[in-house]
Design a protein around this ligand. Structure first.
Ligand code: TTP
Ligand code: MG
Length: 398
């Protein structure tokens, strides 16, 4: 596998930190964000708490009554969800200033693949520093970041020196990093697995790594292989960015839900034709072809296939859609909506987006400029796809 540089960013005591930022009187104090403790009789749980409150043993998801027992003098506040989600959006916008490859995991946490951004911004550590600085400057909040060649390692790394941490795992120091860690750091190792490992005399990841794969499989079952891989730093999961894909799509909602396969096939063929025509009109060719099926209960599946060569040919799109359809269609379920989309346009297509033929030189320069702006400020900063009437696959809801 090629070398990747992956970052994991996680805000420190996120909800509590936002409260402490906005209310100076909460700073330096044990602050608990969550349900009202009502003098120890309250119901509900702790959302999160400041690091000052963690010293008393308070933590997320703890019943608020327990928190109150441990920390009766703490300051208790209700969560202000709308505020946190606004702050979260701005933080994610900062991450997008460095790459489009951002995979959000929760309101305050994300993976990023910065491999392609290093030429522009410096190595992973430098990018992590820049991210932390921008978050501090613009939001007056601290984040912890892990930098590593895999997601798993980056996630552990971001947690190791919280709060305000920055831990780098160099690709040639994976063993040194993993070996001393306790097995509680194994991703997916619940209480039972940990017990089983302790019984085998395994306390650290290094001790686990000594065992051959077949023995771990024998002792732990299916998950043996998973833990073997983790212990050796093997994790091939890619960062799955949720970046809205530029795509051309069309869909059809039936007046009455149907399960007649023939009618569905005909309608799909027509949709392929429409999408292909729009692609050709816009001089676009895409490699990824999507099928969407929504059933009468509104449950929806989307399936896609990426082909070797980008296309805008009706025939090719129909062929792929028909394969996807036959594989996923269940003739006993009523269908409410079907859709076809094409995305994955190679970069040279962007140049062809020009609406003004004969000015190609100027537009090549414009493309170059646009690419630069995207790299600097994130791909949300500039959009020309609208001029095509190309809708995004993700918003192609009813
Ligand atoms: P976390 O990142 O798990 O926690 P945190 O940011 O408060 O603290 P840490 O420094 O350890 O990262 O969760 C992010 C936010 O999500 C947290 O501030 C509040 C919310 N949350 C809940 O509401 N309930 C929960 O059980 C957890 C774990 C988090
Ligand atoms: Mg956090």
């Amino acid at each position: 596998m090629e070398n990747r540089t992956i970052l994991h960013m996680d805000m420190d005591a996120f909800f509590a930190a936002v409260e402490q930022r906005d209310y100076p009187e909460y700073r330096g104090k044990p602050l608990i964000v969550g349900a009202d403790p009502q003098g120890g009789k309250g119901r509900g749980v702790v959302s999160t708490c400041s690091y000052e409150a963690r010293k008393f043993g308070v933590h997320s998801a703890m019943p608020i009554q327990t928190a109150y027992k441990l920390c009766p003098h703490g300051i208790y506040v209700w969560p202000n969800g709308r505020l946190y989600s606004m702050v979260s959006k701005r933080i994610f916008a900062i991450l997008h200033e460095f790459t489009d490859q951002v995979e959000p995991l929760s309101i305050d946490e994300a993976f990023m693949d910065v491999t392609g951004s290093m030429r522009l911004f410096g190595d992973g550590e430098k990018i992590a520093q820049l991210i932390k600085e921008r978050i501090k400057e613009r939001e007056d909040l601290t984040a912890s970041v892990g930098v590593a060649p895999t997601k798993y390692l980056a996630k552990i790394a971001s947690d190791l020196e919280k709060p305000d941490g920055l831990v780098v795992v160099h690709p040639d120091k994976i063993k040194e990093f993993l070996n001393p860690l306790p097995i509680s750091r194994l991703w997916g190792a619940g209480k039972e697995t940990q017990k089983a490992l302790l019984k085998m005399g395994i306390h650290t990841i290094g001790e686990l790594a000594i065992y051959p794969k077949d023995i771990l499989e024998k002792k732990l079952g299916k998950v043996g292989n998973h833990f073997y891989k983790l212990a050796h730093g093997i994790d091939n999961r890619k960062v799955e960015s949720t970046e809205v894909v530029k795509s051309v799509s069309n869909e059809h909602t039936f007046f009455k839900d149907i399960k007649d396969g023939e009618k569905l096939r005909k309608r799909l063929a027509a949709l392929c034709d429409k999408v292909a025509y729009r692609l050709r009109k816009s001089n676009l060719e895409g490699r990824t072809i999507h099928l969407k099926l929504r059933y009468s209960d509104f449950s929806t599946i989307t399936r896609n296939r990426t082909i070797q060569n980008a296309t805008n040919e009706t025939d090719t799109i129909q062929k792929v859609i028909s394969e996807l359809f036959e594989k996923n269609y269940m003739d006993d379920r009523q269908i409410r909506l079907i859709g076809v989309g094409v995305s994955g346009f190679p970069n040279h297509n962007v140049k062809q987006l020009s609406l003004f033929d004969g000015q190609s030189k100027k537009f090549q320069q414009l493309d170059a400029l646009e690419d630069q702006i995207k790299m600097k400020f994130g791909s949300h900063s500039i959009k020309r796809a609208n001029s095509l009437g190309a809708s995004s696959w993700d918003d192609f809801d009813e």
